[in-house]
Design a protein around this ligand. Sequence first.
Ligand code: SRM
Ligand code: SF4
Length: 582
Amino acid sequence: MTKDWTRDWPQPDRSRDISQPLENLSPDESMKVRSNQLRGTINEGLLDAITGMVSGDDNPKLMKFHGIYGQDDRDLRDERRRRKLEPAYSFLIRLRLPGGVVTPAQWLKLDELARLYGSSSLRATTRQTFQFHWVLKNDLKATIRGLHEILVDTIAACGDVVRGVMCSVNPALSSLHAKVYDDARAVSDHALPNMRAYHEIWWGEERVATSEPEEPFLGKQYLPRKFKIGLVVPPHNDIDVYTQDLGFVAIVENGELVGYNVTVGGGMGRTDSAPETYPRLGDVLGFVPREKILAATDAVVGLQRDYGDRKARAHARFKYTVDDLGLDFVRAEVERRLGFPLEAPRPFEFVSNGDAYGWTKDEAGRWHYTLFVENGRIVNRESLKLLDGLRAVAEIHEGTFRLTPNQNVTIADVPAKRKAKIEAVLKAHGLLDRNAQSMLRLNSMACVALPTCGLAMAESERYLPTLVDKIEKILADNSLEAEPITIRMTGCPNGCARPYVAEIAMTGRAPGKYNLYLGGGFHGQRLNRMYLENVGEEAILDALGKIAARYARERGPGERFGDFTIRAGYVREVLSGRDFNL
Ligand code: SRM
Ligand code: SF4
């Protein structure tokens, strides 16, 4: 007899759902509803010549759904305040690039747009896309139309929707990568909200008036909060699948991609002053065959749409929905929506969450070169003209570029006969020795933070490189320079560089002050725990110096730094997100 999957399970607790009167919900819920399906008065705000920001109270928030954030240069904030000037406003534009794949022609256009409108900076993010920073209001439309010319948009790169979909970069297994990448694109296209507002405002298309929700699956209130999806190909957990709201772990049997293990409820963001907020690692829910990946996406995203907390935004991420409802209920509800039971998870193994640098050859004989890009910033500096160098590669490259989940760039799909030419260009621009870094630096990541991020409490991208110089010395003094230790820094506890899974992490508290975390799992399988609170560089280096000396002396064969800090008693193992702040 076929089981009726709708019958035995508790009825949904709809106490927080969107059918409630809007006045009971968070202000952002009413904002979405009154936004006229994300149009607001953005067009009018763009025309307002009085300010460099887009005027209209709701507009800066609404523009996030369009992939655009209003910011101001925080290095100039105090001085401009003293001079009674408005802040030095500019905009961040985040591209939608599922799986981080860019053609050489697209690269050349992105380079051109960055030079024209984005202060000659391209910023590779921790989710495999590019951001332009410092774009002025009057250049927004030109930038977005320039992207449109190369068939790139910024829809849903931010906002309460499914964000950029991540996908493993695994050149050594390229045919498999290609299949998983196809699935990542399919998930991204499928989950992309219908958004006429974007077409009208940025591309100048004609308004088609309708009172019906343009986005039938999400309705006019969209999701309660951002929602992140990633697909990973073991054994490299480069996308940190356990930090995704919804993750798909590729299962390969007899050389075939048969389907995915589904993970739910990962997330990093927390607030220091709110112990009820915590990072959480996703749980493996079950297995779905490959052809069910879109149905599984709908089931999980639909569950968050219906059950996610729309009253308290700080509690609105899917990880809290999963903890509140319990995994058994979530599984049952996903199965009910799918109309069939999930299979038991299939075995898989991860070995690292970093990138494989340098040249690798795939099964079809093509070559791929992964280049270290410190903290994702592609600019021309006195010491290194990275923007120029990669432009020169794009001019002769016939394959693709892939942005990695660790802020690096892979020059991919190079035919054997072109390899020497690419290498010569890299050499001519001083890029060939970029990968000759310590293992610590190669495994480091920092979020943007100052001066553009409005939420930063301390430096990150601009500071981690010099801190790594000092930690490298400590490691060298202890003959540990060959140890691949993951180190991540963020300018605030929101966790944009996924710090809470790093072996060493620092999150900003105040200028020059950080929380120091230890004990994350080397392949992203375990959260770390706070070791020191609100300390400066001296205390961080002192602590790491002592721990490194003991690690060098006492570590077991193959024992990772993060594992050692737990075994040696520096921090207690974190068993679940709820345990993180205890
Ligand atoms: Fe993030 C907000 C930058 C990946 C968690 N993030 C921001 C904003 C937009 C600040 C803001 O809201 O005003 C930052 C813009 C800074 C700037 O000037 O560029 C920002 N986040 C970034 C990027 C660019 C960091 C980087 O150095 O690469 C990453 C862009 C990814 C992308 O391409 O889409 C970025 N952010 C992440 C990640 C990592 C990930 O997704 O793999 C996380 C942790 C995972 C998660 O979501 O739980 C992350 N960002 C946040 C949060 C905390 C969310 C929460 O649940 O509490 C915020 C704040 C918020 O949403 O309220 C935030
Ligand atoms: Fe900004 Fe904080 Fe994200 Fe860093 S972690 S980019 S400081 S929001």
